[in-house]
Design a protein around this ligand. Sequence first.
Ligand SMILES: [Zn+2]
Length: 95
Amino acid sequence: MWADGGSLSSVFEDIEQLAHECRFRDCTHHSEPGCAVKTAIQQGSLEVVRLQSYRKLEKELRHLAARQEDRTRLEERAKWKKVSQWSRKNQKYNQ
Ligand SMILES: [Zn+2]
């Protein structure tokens, strides 16, 4: 369901929109000065629970992406192992 970053931004469009107004592009909305998300919470236009669930989902997505990367790397390694085994076998036949 939460396959990529695209779904994250569509679910939390309001936060994503606010994030564009943050002073820093890589703002984590924790303690950065000029954070539009923090300002919205202070002004009451954004609920703090919403930012919390946004963070939670973002963390899960990052975790998922990292795991996916690990798996891809393992598969790649297994594939190359097979290829080298195969070419070794083939060399024998060619001799
Ligand atoms: Zn921010």
